[in-house]
Structure formats: C-alpha cells, structure tokens
Unconditional design. Structure first.
Length: 86
C-alpha cells in the first residue's frame, strides 16, 4: 500500500519521498484530506505512457479504413451558413 503524506510533509521531506520512488515505492500526496498527486517510480510512469500510446495506436488502427474528409470540405462545412463579416 502506498504511503500518504500531506503537501506540507512532501515539501519538507521531498528528498526522502523521491528516494522512496526511486526504490520502487509510491507516495500519495494529499491536500485538505483529498488525494491530489502521486510520486511514483519512473518505470510506472513509463509503463503508463506506453499503455496510453498502445491504446491510441489500437484506436487509430481500428479506424484506418474509415472515410476521410479533405480540408476544403471540412472548412466548407465549418463555415457553412455563416454570414460574411460586415
């Protein structure tokens, strides 16, 4: 289970919190009793980034064959019905 510290405690003991993250531990930071941040090992952040990239790639692949719209058509649709500036 992750250790929890207040913002003030995290500020006062930042080097220790960073050392814990470096050793593989997660520290949750709270403000007014609410969880607002977490200091995690860099490997956790890297894994989250890689997972987000993989999810985006899968989503793009799923829509690869969808029809596309050209810029001219997009702009025409966007400005359709707008009156010219006076």
């Amino acid at each position: 289970m992750a250790e929890t510290v207040t913002v003030r405690e995290a500020r006062m003991h930042l080097a220790e919190v960073i050392d814990r993250a470096e050793s593989g531990e997660t520290t949750v930071v709270t403000r007014n009793g609410k969880r607002v941040a977490a200091l995690v090992p860099i490997e956790v952040l890297d894994a989250l980034d890689a997972a987000a990239d993989e999810l985006a790639a899968r989503e793009a692949e799923a829509h690869r064959q969808d029809p596309t719209v050209g810029m001219a058509e997009l702009l025409a649709d966007l400005f359709e019905g707008e009156s010219p500036a006076a």
